[in-house]
Write a protein that binds this ligand. Structure first.
Ligand SMILES: Nc1ncnc2c1ncn2[C@@H]1O[C@H](COP(=O)(O)OP(=O)(O)OP(=O)(O)O)[C@@H](O)[C@H]1O
Length: 905
């Protein structure tokens, strides 16, 4: 967006000969200080936009573009939005990628008038609105965190390292982590920030430009924000601490990213100190790493088309509060890897699952609990209203009630007890004070008044009585005037221009305009049908009413500040209580889900087991329930054979539409659910903790980055083969499908061997290349599985049962028939297929599978390794390699060396 001052016609300072109105002078000065934001300039009940801002906003918002006077001889384009609807317009502008500077009147217009008739009301920008720094409920999704993320880089001699810091200013959450480039991108995918800030330098780097393009809101910022040298000081200043050491050790890029976040937040909130928690450092490996492609493919929190509906999240979300819903998203996005922590979460879910009445009571109580963490943040930045205080009151009351109820629950687990402790720390007097102070029905804005309960503050009661009394007197006065004038229809009315006035219809006006009544009634205004008057008594009454009203409001506003500052004193306790309630909501919601959907508690272990009995796909199962029928449960066992060595790979073949992709995904989803602390859709599940989850399922062109479908597929496959470890779970669906048959087959073949021999991950591999099933004879941990179908009168019937063995054919033509391809096409296809199958018996691919020695170029299987000296040498070399310590380049180098060794022998 161009700055207004960039345009010569908009900068009056450049033409000293031209006189500029004082208001325009003020506008231009403020706009010049905020060149990259649209300026909402407050004028009475409107925010006005001028010049280029007006043109942009009128187009974006579909509002009328008008003119207001002249500037340097040209019309000034202008458009405006009413103050009470500003949030709605802000939302739309932010969503379109604009930033908005909100400029308020910071003094009473009466003060300005005192300085002279031509003085302009003082104005200043009170807030910069950007996508990552929103606090208003109307601008936020209640069920998702809205993160601002800062990315900082530290140049290394071999590899650069990166840090990401993230803040949700509406809840105060603050996290930081250091990662390599791939890990960083995985974190960004997990957090899905509303806005990313980066240094100008990193933003402009050719290598990074395509990545930034994937996001709607990336804000490049100057060196001062990303300066590593001042980072520690800026961070400790923000938290008013002498040093950041108390936050735990942080690397230089982490400090830089964290400091960039707080500096940006301070800038956009113009110095207001938000109630941020100190940065909590997330070490690599603490959570299950899921790269962006896998996250998208598995549709964890949104579907591939970006909707919540249809995602795993939507399927499992039974939370009853917004804060609970947000925590569920966080947990689903970052499953744990620590066995004890996962087990503690399962304990809590089990306790609530087995005790129905406790669960139901808890959920009932939580249902009425407002989103008080967000109210707290609004109060701190001075954007809170009476309803936010009420939310704190109700939140604290709920928290105390739940703390009391669960505090005496004999079945509470260690994790539940920790939450109860947080609830017990609440100062109950605070909630009681708010209850005494606040009315039941509250206005949205504090300036509307009327939110303090009667009998809470004596001076307020007196003023209100005076105001109300005067109103009664007005009603009496109206009756008295009607009597005196004989005009029954005489009314006393009020508007903002005249204040209180006497109104009669035109036909009675003469009476009041002539003696003797004109002694009392002073003419003010004549309209088409009515004539308006005032009287001395009415004027006096009006003054009384308005001063009483103003003074009452002033007292209410004072009390509001007093109550808010009392709340601020307890900020940490209130935040901890909100978090505890969210965690209890999640645990009881997952319990509700497990009972409702027959999920079971998984066994989590430290080994490499992965044994699912009767597993179901959570999303497909619920979708099928609604329309077609029951979901067929299937087993999956990738545990190491005889419980030794690495896990297995299942090679899944089967006709189209049989359910291969569903099976692959369901096992990945079961792992995610288990490690996030949920029960799982199965009859039993044992899972050795997975460090990284990879999936390559389906792909679309990535035209934005100039990649074809096949290229995307290969990039994702390369990432898996370069990074997966023995602890990883890999899901590969139809590798090689996007290219010519032989190329595809060869790539799929080599990928399976690599997975088996080098990555040694637990893996599921679905393919249409039935030739690959022959590999099971040579790869000891490769297991063939297929999805059963029945042929019935020339048609195919899908049984969706996964059994040991290999599929013999694809039934593609039968599926095509089901899809409604015209009969002549089907018949012709059958003829072509018969011909091809006859030739295929002689095909080079067949011969290759039969002839090619599978392990000519790779390490032999572990079974024979010890007997063969060459194999032993390679095994010894391999033993010195720790894949986790290798960069992709080093891994490739190591692989070349191993191949060279194998070739030499
Ligand atoms: N276990 C199951 N029980 C019941 N229905 C299932 C099951 N698995 C899959 N289905 C149904 O079959 C449909 C096809 O499944 P899926 O897409 O997994 O097949 P596929 O074998 O991967 O097909 P293709 O090879 O054509 O990609 C699903 O949309 C679902 O409705």
């Amino acid at each position: 967006m161009d700055a207004v001052s960039d345009s010569p016609r908009q900068d009056p300072a450049r033409d000293a000969s031209t006189r500029v109105t004082p208001m325009m002078e003020q506008y231009v000065e403020i706009k010049a200080a905020n060149p990259d934001s649209l300026l909402f300039y407050r004028m009475g009940d409107f925010y006005e936009l001028f010049f280029q801002d007006a043109e942009i906003a009128s187009r974006a918002l579909g509002i009328v573009l008008t003119k207001r006077g002249k500037h340097l001889g040209e019309d000034i384009p202008m458009c405006g939005v009413p103050v009470e609807r500003a949030d709605e317009y802000l939302h739309r502008l932010i969503a379109l990628g604009h930033r908005v500077a909100v400029c308020e009147q910071i003094e009473d217009p009466a003060e300005a008038r005192k300085r002279g008739p031509k003085s302009v009301v003082r104005r200043d920008v009170t807030r910069l609105v950007t996508p990552g720094t929103l606090t208003e409920d109307t601008l936020l999704d209640a069920r998702r965190n809205n993160y601002l993320a800062a990315i900082a880089r530290a140049r290394g001699s071999s590899d650069d390292s990166y840090a990401i810091a993230w803040i949700d200013i509406s809840t105060g959450e603050f996290g930081v982590a250091e990662r390599d480039r791939i890990g960083l991108q995985a974190e960004v995918a997990r957090l899905a920030p509303g806005e990313i800030i980066v240094s100008d330098a990193l933003y402009g780097e050719t290598d990074w430009v395509p990545y930034w393009r994937e996001f709607r809101h990336v804000t490049p910022l100057g060196r001062d924000v990303f300066d590593g040298a001042t980072a520690e000081r800026r961070l400790s200043d923000f938290f008013h601490v002498a040093t950041t050491a108390g936050f735990g050790p942080m690397s230089r890029p982490e400090l830089t990213a964290a400091a960039a976040c707080v500096t940006y937040v301070e800038r956009t909130q113009l110095g207001k100190r938000l109630p941020l928690s100190p940065p909590s450092r997330e070490s690599a490996g603490a959570v299950l790493s899921i790269d962006a492609a896998t996250r998208a493919n598995l549709e964890l929190v949104v579907t591939l088309s970006g909707d919540r509906q249809g995602s795993l999240l939507a399927t499992i979300d039974r939370t009853v509060t917004s804060a609970g819903s947000r925590l569920l998203v966080q947990r689903l996005s970052a499953p744990l890897t620590d066995v004890a922590m996962i087990v503690a979460r399962h304990d809590a879910v089990e306790a609530f699952a087995t005790h129905r009445s406790t669960r139901w009571n808890l959920r009932d109580t939580l249902r009425g609990c407002p989103d008080f963490a967000r109210s707290l943040s609004r109060l701190v930045v001075g954007r809170g209203g009476p309803r936010d205080l009420a939310a704190i009151r109700d939140g604290l009351t709920t928290a105390s009630a739940i703390g009391d109820a669960l505090g005496v629950w004999p079945e509470r687990t260690a994790e539940i007890s920790a939450h109860i402790e947080a609830l017990a720390a609440i100062n109950r007097d605070g909630a009681a004070e708010l209850t005494r102070a606040l009315n039941d029905d509250l206005p949205l804005l504090k300036r509307d008044g009327g939110f303090i309960r009667a009998a809470y503050a004596a001076p307020l009661d007196e003023l209100r009585a005076l105001r109300d009394e005067s109103r009664r007197v007005i009603a009496q006065l109206q009756a008295q005037y009607a009597e005196e004038t004989g005009v029954k229809a005489l009314k006393i009315r009020h508007n903002n221009v005249l204040g209180y006035f006497v109104e009669v219809t035109a036909q009675h006006a003469d009476k009041l305009l002539t003696a003797p009544l004109n002694q009392t009634f002073i003419h003010r205004q004549t309209l088409a049908g009515q004539v308006r008057f005032t009287t001395t008594t009415l004027g006096e009454l009006e003054a009384k009413i308005s001063t009483a009203g103003d003074r009452a409001l002033a007292i209410e506003l004072e009390l509001f500040e007093e109550l808010s500052s009392r709340v601020m004193l307890e900020i940490d306790v209130i935040k901890a209580a909100a978090q505890a309630l969210a965690a209890l909501d999640v645990a009881s919601a997952l319990a509700e889900l497990s009972v409702e959907q027959r999920y079971v508690r998984p066994t989590i272990s430290d080994d490499l087991s992965f044994a699912i009995a009767g597993g179901r796909h959570p999303v497909v199962e619920q979708a099928l329930l609604k329309d077609s029928g029951p979901f067929v449960a299937n087993d999956c066992d990738l545990s190491p054979p005889r419980d030794k060595g690495p896990g297995r790979i299942w090679l899944l073949t089967g006709p189209n539409m049989a359910g291969k992709s569903t099976f692959l995904r369901q096992n990945a989803l079961i792992a995610v659910l288990a490690q996030m602390g949920s029960f799982v859709p199965a009859t039993s599940a044992t899972i050795g903790v997975i460090d990284r989850l990879f999936s390559r399922v389906g792909a679309a062109d990535d035209l934005a980055r100039g990649r074809s479908t096949f290229m995307v597929e290969m990039v994702e496959t390369a990432a898996i083969l370069n990074q997966a470890t023995e602890r990883s779970l890999v899901i590969l669906d139809e590798i090689g499908r996007g290219t010519a048959t032989f190329d595809g087959l060869s790539i799929a073949w080599a990928a399976i061997e690599h997975l088996h021999e080098v990555n040694r991950s637990r893996a599921l591999f679905a393919t249409h290349y039935h030739e690959l099933t022959a590999l099971a004879a040579r790869l000891s941990r490769l297991h063939n599985a297929t999805v059963r179908v029945k042929e019935w009168q020339g048609d195919v019937v899908f049984l969706h049962e996964v059994v040991a063995g290999a599929a013999d054919r694809s039934y593609g033509i039968q599926v095509a028939k089901l899809a409604g391809l015209p009969m002549p096409v089907i018949e012709k296809a059958k003829v072509v297929l018969a011909q091809l199958e006859a030739e295929d018996r002689m095909s080079p691919a067949r011969r290759l599978i039969d002839d090619l020695p599978l392990f000519a170029a790779v390490k032999p299987t572990e079974k024979t390794a010890s007997a063969d000296p060459a194999a032993a040498e390679i095994a010894a070399a391999l033993a010195t390699i720790n894949p986790d310590d290798l960069s992709p380049r080093e891994a490739l180098e190591a692989l070349y060396q191993l191949k060279a060794k194998a070739a030499k022998n």
